[in-house]
Design a protein around this ligand. Structure first.
Ligand code: FMN
Length: 211
């Protein structure tokens, strides 16, 4: 068997597509993977693009879905409610792989998916949802935003439950995918779009494009 790079060079479009999705699945599962953290772009109320770093929490290949967690009081939640079109960007420098994905976001603040993701959240993660003021609230001086008892420590499990009221899951359903793999002998780029009307409930169509 050749090196991973040699294997990738032999890939056809459908293998690259599968590689993109399996890389995202691994990225969600491991904090050490280059896709664990990505950039999520949305459209602000004035029409300007807005982008921020978020942790990729869960990926469903079948549902074409990428999940991240956020504070429901944050600016992005209002933006996404008004304009659900989003783009994701990931770059894994070690594997020289960039993914750009376009889709639509849904903000969950209750329900089965939301409850499952809250249960899966560590105490350290839950602490983010315990700030007194909403993210982005102007302050006269630096302040972590946590209530006094939680300034220097993680919440206990019972204390962390207060964060539930601020917790939101952003579920994005992907409709387009652009992959770029850098290689000294020539970069490889592929573009795919989800065709919902295709037999069997839809399929990914696409292939090579000039890098
Ligand atoms: C490495 C890193 C990971 C982050 N992960 C998240 C995250 O998972 N969810 C989140 O809401 N914000 C996360 N942030 C903070 C966002 O980038 C952003 O500052 C914050 O969510 C406010 O964005 P907004 O004003 O567009 O809502 C992260 C920032 C960094 C640097």
């Amino acid at each position: 068997m050749g090196s991973p790079e040699e294997e990738l060079k032999a890939y056809g479009p459908q293998q690259w597509l599968a590689h993109a999705w399996s890389s995202l699945v691994r990225g969600a599962a491991s904090a050490r993977h280059g896709f664990h953290v990505g950039q999520l772009a949305s459209i602000a109320a004035d029409g300007a693009p807005q982008v921020r770093t978020v942790v990729l929490r869960e990926v469903s290949v079948e549902a074409r879905q990428l999940l991240c967690h956020t504070d429901r009081r944050s600016g992005k939640c209002a933006e996404l409610a008004a304009a659900p079109r989003v783009a994701w960007h990931f770059y894994d420098a070690r594997r020289k792989l960039q993914l750009r994905l376009h889709g639509r976001a849904e903000v969950h603040v209750e329900g089965v998916l939301w409850a499952r993701r809250w249960q899966a959240s560590s105490l350290g993660s839950r602490r983010c949802y315990l700030t007194t003021d909403a993210p982005g609230t102007p302050q006269n001086a630096w302040d972590s935003g946590f209530p006094a008892p939680l300034r220097e420590r993680r919440p206990e499990l019972a204390e962390s439950e207060a964060g539930r009221a601020n917790f939101a899951v952003v579920a994005t359903t992907i409709e387009r995918l652009d992959l770029l793999w850098l290689s000294a002998r020539g970069h490889r780029r592929l573009r795919f779009a989800w065709s919902p009307a295709a037999p069997g409930g839809g399929r990914w169509d696409g292939g090579w494009v000039t890098p």
